[in-house]
Write a protein that binds this ligand. Structure first.
Ligand SMILES: *Cc1c(COP(=O)(O)O)cnc(C)c1O
Length: 377
């Protein structure tokens, strides 16, 4: 019997990822408990400074989630009812949900087939008198085509909000995600490359004015305390999450290197096994890709492949099975099937393989050989 039949490959092994950092994390959490300072406070401030420095931004503001990072950035940018915000339909729901929650209208622009990111060439024709902002998403951990996006934004006086929830540490021409647009939005959801023990997020920016504005919005618009010129919300980051993320930040680059190595190993194995006619591995077109996900494209038999991998104890996921312009809640926007063909194709053809840093060589080989077995069957 093939010993590899006993191998199990989860999509992510969160307890395993904590093993290495648990002592640091516990020490940081204990300090928070002893301090009695559970919401915002010195640990959150320390994390803000370290994340800003890590991303090459001047300022950072800790918030309650990646979703709230997007929402508070849109609020600070003054996005309101009937404004239009350009974004991609091939992303996690929060990107567009936060636009709609302010009464504004998401305007969807199709993606590039090779990076899965918003196609900059199709943005301009979607700019109207009502357009106020663009939210490019650095999907799976690879930056969107920021030069063209920033040029268009400058020409048309638009705010650029980077959705970098999957992309901490990724780079665009030697600059880090989060330092490219007016705002950078990060998530510390446990499955992200830098995850906490719960929800959390961060907004980065270079402008001091925007920094002050986001800090005020984070506490219900209160400035000074109990006096409100504007309406904000409770978007505060809690200190225990900050303590966890702070402990893990030291390991982020070494984990990213492991993710990149794993991606290269898959790339090499698929080539060696001769299956690259049947599947397209992800392409690093904009270095540095941080592989929050390693997403391959398989024509026609994606769902059958997924079942086969499941039967062989390999977990996979589909990010995302239905693009946002076709979601029921956005029907009133008037999009129909066929409007954004590359996004729809990607939703039908893509599948994310396990890529987490702790994967062993045996596990990587097992995944690649099981896929090959399916293709050559
Ligand atoms: C995870 C994610 C978010 C939302 O972050 P949360 O912390 O879960 O609220 C937003 N955009 C993208 C692209 C994401 O992957």
């Amino acid at each position: 019997m093939n010993h590899k039949q006993n191998i199990k490959v989860p999509l992510l092994d969160i307890p395993l990822s904590y093993k290495e950092v648990l002592a640091d994390v516990e020490r940081n959490i204990n300090e928070v408990i002893k301090s009695g300072y559970f919401i915002l406070g010195p640990v959150v401030e320390e994390l803000e400074q370290k994340i800003a420095a890590y991303c090459g931004a001047k300022y950072a503001v800790g918030v309650s989630s990646g979703t709230d990072a997007l929402l508070i950035s849109l609020m600070a940018a003054g996005i309101k009812e009937d404004d239009e915000v350009i974004t991609t339909p091939f992303t996690f729901f929060a990107t567009a949900g936060s636009i709609s929650r302010l009464g504004a209208k998401p305007v969807y622009v199709d993606i590039e087939p090779d990076t899965f990111n918003i196609n900059p060439e199709q943005i301009e024709k979607n700019i109207t008198k009502k357009t106020r902002a663009i939210i490019p998403v650095h999907l799976y951990g690879q930056c969107a085509g920021m030069d063209s996006i920033l040029d268009l934004a400058k020409k048309n006086n638009l705010t650029v909000i980077e959705d970098a929830a999957q992309a901490i540490g990724s780079e665009y021409k030697d600059r880090k995600a989060g330092s490219l647009g007016d705002y950078g939005c990060f998530s510390f959801f446990p499955t992200k490359n830098l995850g906490g023990f719960g929800d959390g997020g961060m907004v980065t920016m270079d402008s001091e004015k925007l920094y002050e504005q986001v800090k005020i919005l984070r506490v219900h618009g209160s400035q000074p305390k109990y006096y409100h010129k504007i309406i904000g919300g409770n978007f505060r980051l809690d200190a225990i999450q900050a303590a966890v993320v702070l402990a893990k930040l030291k390991y982020l680059d070494q984990w990213t290197d492991k993710r990149r190595e794993n991606a290269q190993t898959y790339d090499r194995l698929f080539k060696e096994m001769g299956v690259t006619d049947s599947l397209t591995p992800p392409r690093e077109i904009v270095p540095r890709h941080v592989y929050n996900q390693y997403v391959i494209r398989v024509k026609d038999k994606r769902d059958k492949l997924r079942n086969f991998l499941g039967e062989n104890n390999i977990a996979t996921e589909i990010y995302y099975p239905l693009p946002l312009h076709l979601q029921d809640c956005f029907l009133s926007l008037g999009y129909k099937k066929g409007d954004l063909p590359e996004s729809e194709k990607a939703a039908d053809e893509t599948i994310a393989l396990p890529i987490f840093p702790e994967l062993t060589t045996d596990q990587l080989e097992y995944v690649a050989s099981t896929i090959t077995r399916f293709i050559k069957k």
